[in-house]
Design a protein around this ligand. Sequence first.
Ligand code: SF4
Ligand code: FES
Length: 212
Amino acid sequence: MSNKQHYEGSNITVCFDASRCIHSGRCVKGLPDVFRAGAEGVWIFPDAASADEIAALCSTCPSGALTFHRTDGGAGEVSPEINTISVEADGPLCVHADFTLNGEDPGGFRATLCRCGASKNKPWCDGSHTETGFSDPGDVAPFNPDAETDSGRLDIKPFKNGPLFMVGPLSICDSHGQTARVCDKTVLCRCGGSRHKPYCDGTHAEIDFESE
Ligand code: SF4
Ligand code: FES
């Protein structure tokens, strides 16, 4: 469930969706005067840095919890030229793409998707991979890393009790940032059990994985 809060400054409004945050700490380390860790109630102060600095920082939030709206005429975040999904070691699938979720626009171009099967906020990552000790190096066997990539929108479809269907132009990167596969359709594991990660191999049925 979305829980978006809006913090208005003179030149930029910062939007924070707590339900998407994976507590990477990038915001509080990057601009500690703006994103004040430990503050009670209001914790984002959009006038404590320039709108350019805040926009640049928000654009690195891996989960998409942070988005922004410029009120000074400055540029908004632009969609990446290439849709990518990066497989994080022992962690989620990191999306940087012009994407929809089940055909709907969740807002922004970034997301972290659960691939350990334990998130209580599926399909989003909620950090449960750390508690459960999920372990996977994030390797992706090279397939056609040099293939030409198309542009266009990616639709992500979480299949009930099953994998993530990806339909649309996409590059899949391993945990070292190397492009391993270019495709326009694939099926990725989100139950954590596949023996062929990051792809689904049908294990979700054997382990009775449940998710809407
Ligand atoms: S996921 Fe985004 S909002 Fe959450 S701590 Fe990291 S940078 Fe900040
Ligand atoms: S979703 Fe994990 S094996 Fe299919």
